[in-house]
Design a protein around this ligand. Structure first.
Ligand code: MG
Length: 399
């Protein structure tokens, strides 16, 4: 792999929190990737969802397939730009590890439950998973990943949480979220590899949510014609393959349109980023961090992608059928939170031990243990626990 000068090079990694002997056959980023793939949290992604719940169909994306799509897309852009593919892959595979069951609904509900205890942020939770919650190594908690992978995982962080993180790791991954020392101080970006993962995330969920949305019947190809980005490639597909308009062709028109749309976005990112890089000319990865966001869409594609996002928000994520199931999902999370706050001994062994080690009056400490436990649940485990512990049956569809 030939790295561009502005790529992250494992030889210059800022290293791990606990020093380790380098692996003989793998770079540090490859080792990070392997640790993530072997983690329990990674395996649970298969039963966690984004928009649709697991029981609604076997063909919808899960967080696992989403993460694989982000890694694939990110790697192919990284290869073209001379960025570090292994680092991109590690960040992409880890970026959703901290997500709660039931997608954004679960996260909102858990954040509400945690309102008086520091809140709940899924990016910070992904970092907690790899820093604290995985218990696999004799000498430390977590996976002890490199700074660069952890930096990419912490995509956003509130100022208050950044302060707390900074206290335990001065000058670490939270530093760039602290209020700037002077008003004109440069706001640091994460590495270009991390910036790429953010954009690959956006490109992939926009595309696969169209796919899942149409297959679920909640949005139609007809409705999508109002989205310029989709419509222009649908027309292109029809010109090239007029037979795709025929019903007998099934979803080939949808897939061909999405494929064209994906390619156009990837080429756009590559070109716009090359332009930004040739203006900024960062000489190394740290100069790239100081140069403002460089990994980007062109202005036109940024606009088109935002319009597509808006369409999906209005027509899919806020669809009454989606809202109904997400309301039930929120109820499950709230009930579980309340139950475990009152019955911390019912938490799984490791969590229960953590809760029992706390002072009885330390409700914030207990709330964090409960939040960690619930956040780690898969959709179906949360449903099962809810039924088992509360005896409530929410609806027929939730089997
Ligand atoms: Mg994602």
């Amino acid at each position: 792999m030939t790295l561009a000068p502005f790529a992250c090079d494992p030889a210059f990694s800022r290293g791990r929190r606990f020093a380790e002997i380098p692996a003989p056959t793998r770079t540090d980023y490859q080792r990070d990737r392997d640790r993530i793939v072997h983690s329990s949290a990674f395996r649970r992604l298969v039963y966690k969802t984004q928009v649709f719940l697991n029981h609604e169909g076997d063909l919808f994306r899960t967080r696992l397939t989403h993460s694989l799509e982000v890694a694939q897309l990110g790697r192919s852009v990284a290869r073209t730009l001379g960025l570090n593919e292994d680092l991109v892959e590690a960040i992409a595979l880890a970026h959703d590890l901290g997500h709660t069951p039931f997608g954004h609904a679960g996260q909102d509900a858990l954040n509400d439950c945690m309102a008086e205890h520091g809140g709940f942020e899924h990016n910070l939770q992904s970092l907690r998973v790899v820093d604290e919650l995985e218990e696999r190594y004799p000498d430390f908690n977590g996976l002890n990943l490199t700074f660069e992978t952890r930096e990419g995982i912490l995509k956003h962080c509130s100022a208050s949480n950044a302060l707390a993180l900074e206290a335990s790791e001065p000058g670490g991954v939270a530093q760039r979220f602290l209020p700037p020392a002077t008003p004109d101080a440069v706001r640091l970006q994460p590495s270009l590899e991390a910036q790429l993962c953010n954009l690959a995330d956006e490109i992939s969920y926009n595309a696969h949510d169209i796919d899942d949305g149409v297959r679920s019947g909640l949005i139609t190809l007809e409705q999508l014609r109002e989205v310029e980005l989709f419509e222009s490639f649908r027309m292109q597909a029809m010109v090239k393959h007029p037979q795709l308009g025929d019903d007998s062709q099934g979803r080939r028109l949808l897939y061909d349109t999405i494929r064209r749309m994906l390619s156009a976005q990837v080429y756009d990112v590559i070109e716009a980023t090359r332009n930004a890089l040739s203006k900024a000319t960062p000489g190394d990865a740290d100069e790239a961090r100081r140069a403002g966001p460089l990994l980007c869409f062109s202005a036109n594609m940024r606009n088109q992608s935002s319009m597509l996002k808006r369409f999906l928000y209005q027509n899919l994520y806020r669809h009454p059928q989606v809202v109904q199931t997400t309301d039930q999902a929120k109820q499950v999370v709230r009930d579980l939170f309340e139950f475990f706050m009152h019955h911390p001994r019912s938490l799984q062994a490791g969590f229960s031990a953590r809760a029992q080690a706390l002072q009885a009056a330390d409700t914030t400490g207990r709330a964090r243990v409960v939040a960690d436990y619930i956040a780690g649940m898969t959709d179906r485990f949360a449903m099962h626990q809810h039924r088992h512990l509360t005896g409530k049956v929410l609806s027929e569809t939730q089997n």
